[in-house]
Design a protein around this ligand. Structure first.
Ligand SMILES: [Zn+2]
Length: 367
C-alpha cells in the first residue's frame, strides 16, 4: 500500500520517521485549504468568544504562512498520535519499525501486534486518548495565555483538529483505532478469527455508509477515506485468515513437491516444447549436479532466437527452505515478482515450488 518513503534524518524516542511521497503533495494542499478557509474559521472562533481579526490575517502572504504552520502542526499532531500507539506497544514489549506519514495521516508499523489478551485494544485506544488530550491542552493554552491573532488561529485550529482526529479514529472500522478496539474486545469472548470477521463486517458497512454520505455531500476526501477503509478492512480480514492458516506451519507442508526442472544445457527448442504438454509458465534451471541456477520463463524463450543456450535466459529465483516458517514465506511471496518461491534444500537442490496458487488454495480450504 505504501512505498518506502523518505526517511527523515532523526529518530523520535528511537523510532525512525518517514514521509510517503504523497505527503509532498498534501502539505501544500492542506496549507492552501486552511488558508482559503481562514475567514470561515475566524467566524467560527468568534462564536466561542475568541476574537481573531479575519481581515487582518487575510492580507498578503499571511494566510498562506498561517496555513503552512497549521498544516505542519497537524502533521506533528498525527506523529504524536502515532507515538502514543508506539509507546504503548513498547510497554507490551513490542517495538515499532517506524512511523510513516502519508496523505491520509500516519501509520506506526509495529513489529507485531502484542499477543496479550486485550492488548490490541489498549494500544489502539491510546492514540485517540493522546489526540484528545493534546486538543484539551491546546484549548487550555488558548483560554489562559494571551496570544496574537495569528497564533490564536493556529492553536485554535490544532485544538479543534486534534479532537476531530480523536473522534474520527474512534469510528469502529478496521483499520482505524476504533475497529481495533472492537476486534480486540470481541476477541475476549470469541475466537480471534470470528472477532476479526465481525469487526470486518462492521467496517464494510461503515465504509459504505461513509462513501455514500461523502458522495451525497460531494465530499471527495470523505469518499477517498471510505474507499481506503473498505479496502484496508478487507485486507485485515484476509491477513487474519492467512495468519490462522499458516501460523506455526512449515513451507514443506504447502509446497508442490518434486517439480519438473530443466537442465542448463537443454536446447531452447526443447524448452519451448515443454509448453505443449505442461502448463507451467516458468521452470527452475539446474546444473549437472542438480543445483539451482535460477528460473527460465517460457515466454522469454519464445522471444529468444534459435540456438541460444538456455542458460542465457536464466534469471535469479527467490528461494526458500522447506523448514522455513510459512507465515514469513507467504509475506515474501507477496512481494515476489515471479509469484513463486523455489524451495531448495541445504545443498541448493530443488525440492519444491511454492506458488501464490498454493497459498490461495490452502486459505480457501480453511475458510
Ligand atoms: Zn491511531
Amino acid at each position: 500500500m505504501m512505498g518506502r518513503g523518505w526517511r527523515l534524518p532523526f529518530r523520535l524516542l528511537g523510532i525512525p520517521l518517514s514521509l510517503d511521497p504523497s505527503f509532498a503533495l498534501v502539505l501544500p494542499l492542506f496549507a492552501w485549504l486552511i488558508a482559503s478557509q481562514l475567514p470561515a474559521y475566524a467566524e467560527l472562533l468568534a462564536t466561542v468568544g475568541l476574537q481573531v481579526d479575519g481581515d487582518a490575517l487575510a492580507q498578503g502572504l499571511t494566510p498562506y504562512l498561517l496555513g503552512l504552520t497549521a498544516a505542519l502542526g497537524l502533521f506533528a499532531s498525527v506523529v504524536i498520535h502515532e507515538l502514543g500507539h508506539a509507546l504503548t506497544a513498547r510497554a507490551y514489549g513490542v517495538q515499532t519499525k517506524g512511523i510513516t506519514l502519508w496523505f491520509l495521516g500516519g501509520v506506526a508499523q509495529l513489529e507485531e501486534m502484542p499477543r496479550q489478551r486485550g492488548a490490541e485494544a489498549v494500544v489502539a485506544i491510546v492514540g485517540p486518548i493522546t489526540s484528545a488530550t493534546l486538543g484539551a491542552l491546546l484549548a487550555l493554552l488558548l483560554g489562559n495565555v494571551r496570544m496574537g491573532g495569528g497564533a490564536t488561529f493556529v492553536v485554535a485550529y490544532l485544538a479543534i483538529t486534534n479532537v476531530f482526529l480523536a473522534m474520527f479514529n474512534l469510528l469502529p472500522a478496521l483499520p482505524l483505532d476504533g475497529g481495533r478496539v472492537l476486534r480486540s474486545l470481541l476477541a475476549l469472548a470469541l475466537p480471534r478469527e470470528r472477532a476479526t470477521a465481525i469487526a470486518g463486517g462492521v467496517s464494510q458497512v461503515l465504509a459504505i455508509g461513509l462513501g455514500v454520505y461523502g458522495f451525497l455531500s460531494l465530499n471527495l476526501l470523505l469518499m477517498v477515506v471510505a474507499f481506503f477503509v473498505y479496502n484496508a478492512g478487507r485486507a485485515e480480514v484476509q491477513y487474519e485468515t492467512m495468519r490462522r492458516t499458516f501460523e506455526g506451519r512449515r513451507v514443506r507442508e504447502f509446497m508442490s513437491p518434486d517439480p519438473v526442472t530443466v537442465d542448463e544445457g537443454m536446447p531452447i527448442e526443447r524448452f519451448r516444447a515443454l509448453r505443449t504438454w505442461k502448463t507451467h509458465k516458468l521452470y527452475p534451471v539446474v546444473d549437472v549436479d542438480e543445483r539451482l541456477l535460477g528460473v527460465a520463463r517460457i515466454t522469454e524463450a519464445e522471444l529468444a532466437e534459435e540456438g541460444v543456450p538456455l542458460r542465457t535466459l536464466v534469471r535469479e529465483a527467490d528461494t526458500v527452505r522447506p523448514d522455513e516458517d510459512m507465515e514469513l514465506a507467504v509475506r515474501r511471496l507477496a512481494g515476489s515478482e515471479l509469484g513463486r518461491l523455489i524451495v531448495v534444500d541445504r545443498t541448493n537442490r530443488v525440492v519444491g515450488i511454492l506458488a501464490k496458487t498454493d497459498v490461495i488454495r490452502a486459505m480457501e480450504g480453511t475458510r
